[in-house]
Design a protein around this ligand. Structure first.
Ligand code: AGP
Length: 608
């Protein structure tokens, strides 16, 4: 996700801003920029690429004089990485500059409104509408302009704002994206995250939703959404810089597991409107959607596992025959593709060589390719005919968690969208599904509360030699992901098996005390799944069951049961995977493994 910093005080602002942006690099970014006001004029320098380029362009900040400024590292969501799309964005007169972290969900509507009023846009970003909106409302009172802007903007934002005719002042406001303020001997600061300002101060104010902070060299003031002054207490940060980059979590993997509720919300929200799923970026008309006779979902690793789930959802909801292929196999098996086929490639990094090669093969054969990608402007995003972005933000840990969860959301939304266009789902069922989708973030949040319980259970298995994950239907797909998570971070051998298949050979590996994780979230398959639990129990297995709340029957067969909240039958993966992620994480750290960078693995496998 993007990073913002701001400084106003007795020192030159640019070096402080660049230093703060350095400390936010870990968040991942593709461009950066700073805006500094010298008391008369705002000067902006911004560029695609690493901070090193910005330092070179500004001679380490010396080219931009002034003691008040804002800075930004951009993780692209709307608009590819480019100089024009880099922040800060500004109004046409260059008298207002803005940096933003978050997603302005109604930016298109605001862009149209402002264009009708004669505003011209220089970028493809959602953020630029904020700069012009502030220009539209600014009549000399910056706080009033900020409040009016807040009333029009929908979505998530942490904003840093400077007005040329308000020298030395910075305004900052947040809704759903993190924002802090800090006071130091030499001035006052804002930032997205603690690491950016720890060098200058440990006294930090955590800005809450719809609070505004106004600061200058002398001090800072806080206001609520009604423009009334409010009082806030500073918190003294105890973390060191390394811990702060992980927001206090011990590892990026755990931090990203805990970011899943927000990542799911960010990927969902902009695509559900007026009781329907709307996916503008799909680039397909109702007729074109109806003309699709076959879908191939092609991916690798965890992304492939989401495809195995999506097969059930597309065929169950949209009644479209759907095949799922490992990207490394797809192009060598001479798949049967034609003009009525849609190929969906799924990739967090957008750079996985096998998946990119599969995309190119499909395009060579004249087939429409849709990408579900997390990294904006990546190779797969650029080469797909259309791309539906997941908005998980940058994922640092090699083992994917939040990106996996947002890929599932994208696939659920696509399946509902296709079902809508093909008229095979009622509005009543659509309403139920959308309501359940909106509840997923809170359900995930609740499951994250089981952290200690999972840690205790995981500690019993750090010496395990073999672990098996079993399930039927969608539960088999969940088992695939649970198994991969465990083996890739803990190096314990693990296999996922279709529960009904175990007895055809692999059950010979079950010994006294072998851990078998059974996933039972599909009510129509409970009884069969329980009989598979009994099968392995009689051979000595210890069974961990993950099942829906209320399915207490399982307690008669399994040794240890984790319940997930009720949800729509096709969405259970998003919940059942949470305890399995936590289990894998705690087994790995119990073994002292490098959980963020497991041996032999890369975050993006750019070789075939
Ligand atoms: C999952 O935890 C692994 N990191 C790996 O299986 C990954 O999902 C796979 O390499 C695909 O990566 P992509 O989503 O970036 O294409």
């Amino acid at each position: 996700m993007c990073g913002i910093v701001g400084y106003t005080g007795n020192e030159q602002a640019a070096p402080v801003l660049l230093d703060g942006l350095d400390k936010l690099e870990y968040r991942g970014y593709d461009s950066a920029g700073i805006a500094v006001c010298d008391g008369e004029k705002i000067r902006i320098t911004k560029a695609r690429g690493r901070l090193k380029i910005l330092r070179e362009l500004t001679h380490d900040g010396r080219m931009l004089s002034g003691t008040c400024g804002i800075g930004h590292t951009r993780w692209a969501t709307h608009g590819v990485p480019s100089n024009e799309n880099a922040h800060p964005h500004f109004n046409e007169a260059g008298t207002i500059a803005v940096v933003h972290n978050g997603i302005i969900e109604n930016y298109q509507k605001l862009r149209n409104m402002l264009t009708e009023r004669g505003y011209a846009f220089a970028s493809e970003t959602d953020t630029e509408v904020v700069a012009h909106l502030l220009d539209y409302y600014y009549k000399g009172d910056p706080l009033q302009a900020v409040l009016k802007m807040m009333n029009r903007v929908e979505g998530s934002y942490a904003l840093g704002i400077i007005f040329q005719d308000q020298p030395g002042k910075i305004y900052a406001v947040r809704k759903d994206s993190p924002l802090i303020a800090g006071t130091s001997r030499d001035g006052n600061l804002i930032a997205s995250d603690v690491p950016a300002i720890l060098k200058y101060t440990r006294d930090v104010y955590f800005i809450q939703n719809e609070e505004i902070v106004c600061m200058d060299a002398e001090g800072l003031e806080f206001f609520n959404i009604d423009g009334e002054p409010i009082w806030k207490e500073a918190v003294t940060i105890q973390w060191d810089v390394t811990a702060a980059e992980k927001a206090g979590y011990e590892h990026f993997m755990l931090k990203e597991i805990y970011e899943q509720p927000k990542a799911v919300l960010d990927t969902l929200n902009p695509r559900i409107r007026d009781g329907r799923v709307e996916i503008e970026e799909l680039g397909m008309t109702e007729e074109e959607i109806r003309a699709v006779r076959k879908i191939f979902i092609v991916a690798c690793g965890s992304a492939y596992h989401t495809g195995v789930v999506a097969k059930y959802v597309f065929e169950g909801l949209a009644r479209i025959p759907t095949e799922v292929d490992l990207a490394s196999e797809f192009r060598y098996r001479n798949p049967i593709l034609d003009s009525e086929t849609l190929v969906i490639v799924v990739s967090q990094s957008g750079e996985t060589a096998d998946t990119l090669a599969a995309l190119r093969e499909a395009k060579r054969r004249g087939v429409r390719v849709l990408g579900i990608v997390n990294v904006v402007g990546s190779s797969i995003a650029r080469e797909a005919d259309n791309v539906m972005y997941t908005w998980a933000g940058p994922e640092i840990a090699v083992a994917t968690t939040k990106a996996y969860s947002t890929q599932l959301i994208a696939e659920y939304l696509l399946a509902i969208r296709f079902a809508q266009a093909r008229g095979v789902v009622s509005q009543e069922e659509t309403d139920e599904m959308l309501a359940e989708l909106r509840r997923l973030p809170e359900h995930i949040e609740m499951l994250l509360g089981h952290k200690e319980k999972l840690q205790r259970f995981a500690n019993r298995y750090i010496a395990a030699r073999d672990v098996f994950f079993i399930g039927r239907g969608i539960d088999y797909a969940i088992s695939l992901e649970g198994s991969l998570k465990l083996k890739e971070v803990s190096y314990i051998h693990s296999e996922a098996y279709a529960a009904g298949e175990l007895k055809h050979g692999t059950i010979s590996l079950i010994e006294e005390g072998t851990l078998v994780a059974a996933v039972l979230t599909q009510e129509d398959l409970y009884k069969k799944a329980v009989s598979n639990i009994v099968e392995v129990k009689t051979r000595g297995a210890f069974v961990l069951a993950v099942t829906n709340v209320g399915n207490t029957e399982v307690e008669k067969a399994a040794d240890y049961v984790i319940y997930i909240p009720e949800t729509y039958k096709y969405f259970t993966t998003s919940l059942a995977v949470i305890p399995l992620q936590l289990f894998a994480y705690y087994v790995a750290i119990g073994k002292g493994c490098d959980v963020d960078k497991p041996r032999n693995l890369a975050k993006s496998v750019t070789v075939e």
